[in-house]
Design a protein around this ligand. Structure first.
Ligand SMILES: [Zn+2]
Length: 345
């Protein structure tokens, strides 16, 4: 049985909009690889903080074999090298996840990032980072101290200076998913991103999902503020052509990096923006009860039948943005391969 259904609508989408746009060799700089074997037995679903159910319905786990199979199904004829890291959150044991990722990366020759949490001392963090052969760290806001309200978490609460010093000393990557409701245009985020760039000149900083700017309202003047820095941006799990055009115009193709955020982008959906809020249109019933999620809306019939993968929507939006901006050839290759190769190989 196939890992997931691949329909004629997907094949048509791939052949028409994606295949010829993508280079033959691709680096996917943002993937989550995790096995049910690494679940934390102490984790209780009921203790989860309003966690949504639907990501689990897209993929309950994503062991390395499943990731490889996903590329085989979704990108026939292409050679994709992923950068792999665990799934952050409390459902999985961080140390077991990191050990699993390290081994999988060694076996396949893939670059990998260590999941770091702020309570780790510099020595503990450095030992796990170097011992596992990791190319850098993936940090996550959920690991900030529990007393800080979710909307108030700041970058240094989960990417502490003692760990940034270690990354800087070794010239490694920091993959940063920024916090806070105002996303990329949050003044606290902007200051702290610029502070990392200034204080740690050897860190290769990647801002995930273009700073979670999924709607034009999330952008403000942030890209202009961040332009003079060295930081790069992955556009994983983002499908907004307007954001991509703004990033290409301001930051430029040489600082934009393809990432998939697999397995979540195996989801079938189309994303729209209404009043500054992104909404994923999905088939009715396919992702459980989403009635209390402002980012999910259900559809049926022909509109539902036409839905393809989140990941295809991301790449097609970047293709349209490149066409609109007159960007092609070497710049597209750089976004899908060369820029990441410089950071990870
Ligand atoms: Zn991610």
């Amino acid at each position: 049985m196939s890992l997931f259904e691949y329909k004629s609508v997907d094949k048509y989408f791939y052949e028409r909009e994606i295949k010829d746009f993508l280079p033959e060799r691709i680096i996917d700089a943002h993937t989550h690889v995790y096995s049910r074997l690494n679940r934390d037995p102490a984790y209780k679903e009921s203790l989860a903080n309003r966690s949504q159910n639907w990501p689990t319905l897209v993929a309950s786990e994503n062991p390395i074999e499943d990731l490889d199979e996903t590329y085989r199904l979704m990108f026939p004829g292409k050679k994709v090298t992923p950068v792999i890291f665990g799934m952050p959150g409390f459902q999985y044991s961080v140390s077991k996840s990191n050990a699993y990722i390290s081994q999988a990366a060694k076996n396949a020759g893939y670059p990998a990032l260590v999941l770091a949490y702020p309570a780790q001392s510099a020595a503990e963090f450095e030992a796990e980072l170097l011992g596992g052969g990791f190319k850098g760290a993936k940090v996550y806001l959920d690991y900030a101290p529990a007393y800080i309200p979710g909307n108030e978490v700041r970058i240094f609460d989960f990417a502490p200076h003692h760990q940034l010093e270690v990354l800087d000393r070794h010239g490694l990557v920091l993959m940063l998913h920024i916090p806070r409701p105002r996303r990329l245009n949050d003044p606290v985020n902007i200051e702290q991103m610029l502070e990392i760039d200034r204080r740690y000149p050897n860190i290769k900083l990647i801002i995930a999902h273009i700073g979670r700017a999924y709607a034009p309202e999330d952008l403000g003047g942030a890209l202009e503020r961040l332009k003079p820095s060295r930081m790069t941006f992955d556009f994983s799990a983002n499908t907004n052509q307007q954001i991509f055009e703004a990033a290409l115009a301001t930051i430029g193709a040489r600082r934009l990096i393809f990432g998939s955020d697999l397995p979540i982008t195996r989801m079938r959906m189309k994303r729209i923006v209404e009043n500054g809020v992104y909404i994923n249109i999905v088939r009715k019933g396919s992702y459980g009860d989403v009635s209390d999620d402002p980012h999910m809306r259900e559809t049926e019939g022909a509109q539902a039948d036409a839905l393809s993968f989140f990941l295809y929507e991301e790449i097609a939006a970047m293709r349209r943005a490149c066409n609109a901006a007159g960007i092609g050839g070497g710049d597209v290759d750089a976004m899908f391969f060369g820029n990441a190769a410089k950071l990870f190989f």
